[in-house]
Design a protein around this ligand. Structure first.
Ligand code: CMX
Length: 435
């Protein structure tokens, strides 16, 4: 643990010094203009955040520290006998800014294994909720119950120096990441498998062990989890889950409080919940059409009906991206390799052929292409994980990697409390009248 923490601190101090110089020389440089419409329309296109872990290009999709998803699938270390990247490696890359060696990844796997113990009161707190509670609610409650373990809040209460904030946030982030798979798997087994829990396997990697604890022993499901945990981890800083974690963290709320806030945002249907909505939408379509393999014409009619009902087509569109999401493509490639004949997966591909031209023809949708959520559910169903209400929890476990790596950076760079200015429409009217 010491090795990675020291490396992180070294990188953090170097960048903090660089930023100081950069601001001294260029602090008053203008980097953009803001139009009134942007202020009213979700701040789209306004640059207002620094997030070091990843950067989104509207055409190309996400790059983590400069590496695209196809590059990461090639370059990051793999599990023995596997071909998909290990999420430990991605976390290392986001945190340190360099590709890890096999030894770095092995080290992180060991650190997370050693720190993965979840105290009993967390399970008892989850048990206090009705089993019917949405898995995302149980997940957030579990994270909040775990907050008793926060080093940051204990050390802050004991008068920790500002200089050490990063250190306590780092420790909390590592503990949280190590423990989340156990909490998520517990919720899954509690809600869907009669509370028949499976003990962790200390020989497995982080994602492989997560698959194991949920009850999936198929080697290719473990591979899917590794890929899934990598591609959902981060999508630069302005998306709801990343931005919320960062914002709440800026109040010096500890990583448990900050991550729980971010996860509440991920639970929204326009963000992370879209993956459950996609599979629900396909199931409803299959039921209405009474076929497992709807034709392109049938899909087109169903899409039109969805739109006429005033609903969005889940899994399509994006606030920033303007092309097919490379995270969709990575999952499509996984599907072509492991389950090319699966009818549900084929329907996802058929929807991909059919939906974009229809959305495009409406003329108002900025991005008619699929996002990450359009594909993930069908792959999970293939392995028997049909409980689609749970899918956003998987997304959340993965997203923790990115938002917590970023939170470590926020504190090592000493970012201040976030507090943008808001206005009233009355004030806008006065401005426009020149008052
Ligand atoms: N189906 C139908 N209409 C859509 C649409 C879709 N998939 N995507 C966008 N639109 C509509 C918007 O609702 C909006 O309509 P109004 O002007 O009538 O309100 C119009 O097209 C313009 O929207 P936009 O500028 O293209 O998109 P936004 O930046 O406002 O929203 C997003 C982005 C993702 C919320 C939206 O595309 C959407 O609701 N998609 C479906 C839900 C989804 O897949 N979310 C997951 C996103 C990935 C993630 O964060 O996890």
């Amino acid at each position: 643990m010491g090795i990675i923490k020291d490396r992180f601190k070294e990188k953090g101090d170097a960048l903090a010094a660089e930023i100081k110089d950069l601001l001294k020389e260029h602090g008053t440089t203008k980097i953009g203009e803001v139009q009134l419409s942007q202020v009213y329309q979700g701040m789209r296109g306004i640059t207002g955040l620094v997030t070091e872990t990843s950067l989104l290009d509207a055409q190309e999709g996400i790059r983590f520290r400069g590496y695209s998803i196809p590059e990461l699938r090639e370059k990051l270390p793999k599990a023995e006998g596997g071909t998909e990247p290990l999420p430990e490696g991605l976390f290392y890359l986001m945190l340190i800014g360099e590709l890890p060696t096999e030894a770095d990844v092995e080290h992180l796997t060991g650190v997370w294994q050693r720190r993965s113990h979840v105290p009993n009161h967390v399970f008892a707190t989850i048990e206090a909720l009705p089993a019917t509670t949405h898995p995302m609610t149980q997940f957030v409650v579990g994270i909040m119950a775990l907050q008793t373990e926060s080093e940051f809040s204990k050390r802050y209460a004991a008068g920790m120096s500002k200089k050490d904030y990063w250190d306590a946030v780092f420790d909390d982030s590592m503990d949280l990441i190590a423990r989340l798979p156990r909490i998520a798997a517990y919720i899954y087994r509690r809600k869907y498998k009669n509370g028949d829990h499976i003990q962790p396997n200390g020989l497995l990697d982080w994602a492989g062990n997560f698959a194991h604890m949920m009850g999936y022993s198929d080697e290719s499901f473990k591979e899917l989890m590794r890929l899934y945990m990598v591609i959902h981890a981060d999508h630069e800083g302005g998306n709801v889950s990343a931005h919320t974690t960062h914002l709440v963290g800026s109040a010096l709320s500890d990583p448990y409080l900050s991550l729980a806030a971010g996860m509440n945002g991920l639970a929204g249907p326009l963000h992370g919940l879209a993956n459950q909505e996609v599979i629900k939408w396909i199931y409803e379509m299959r039921e209405e059409l009474k076929t497992e393999a709807p034709t392109s014409e049938q899909i087109a009619d169903y899409v039109k009906k969805t739109l006429e009902g005033g609903k969005v087509v889940p899994g399509y569109g994006h606030a920033v991206l303007r092309k097919t999401d490379p995270r969709f493509t990575a999952q499509m490639e996984f599907g072509k390799k492991h389950m090319p004949d699966d009818p549900l997966v084929q329907t996802v591909w058929n929807v991909y052929e059919t939906v974009p031209p229809i959305l495009q023809s409406l003329g108002k949708i900025k991005n008619p292409w699929p996002n990450v959520d359009a594909h993930s559910g069908a792959l999970l169903v293939h392995y028997g994980m049909v409980e689609y209400e749970f899918y956003t929890v998987l997304f959340g476990v993965s997203r923790a990697l990115g938002v917590l790596a970023s939170l470590c950076w926020d504190r090592v760079l000493n970012f201040p409390l976030e507090r943008p200015k808001s206005i009233t429409t009355d004030l806008v009217k006065k401005w426009l009248k020149g008052e």
